[in-house]
Design a protein. Sequence first.
Length: 155
Amino acid sequence: MIGKEENKTMNNYKTLGSEFELKYAEFVHQLGVERGETDTFPKPHTDQMSFVLLHMALGLVTEAAEVADLIKKHMAYDRPLDVEKLKDELGDVQFYLVGAIVELGSSLKEIMTMNKAKLEARYPDGYSHHNANNRDLGSEKVAIEKSLDKGKTDE
């Protein structure tokens, strides 16, 4: 059962995501957040949001490492790339990513919009090693803020 605070998080998400994203987010929320509300996970010195974000972050890192390990074994040990296993692990990465996004009251669309704005500011003429190594964090932050303001007017 989604509590009052979690329902607010899901309502925020509803304004930002597509119907498909919403259904997936609700599924992730039920598996991640609601499970975290039980006594099965000890939560000393943390609030509920911090605990869920920690759970999602550690899951994301763990699953990303499994993705990297599959690619490492393919590249370093000449093993065939198990594409189906790689897709499976990428799905697990997505689960934890969406769980964190939902907990923040955001959406994939918002995160992707912010990331696109940041990268467009960093690489106005396409990728370059120079721009990758000489980032202007101030202009990236302004670009992200503008993209968020534009997103509010597009709703």
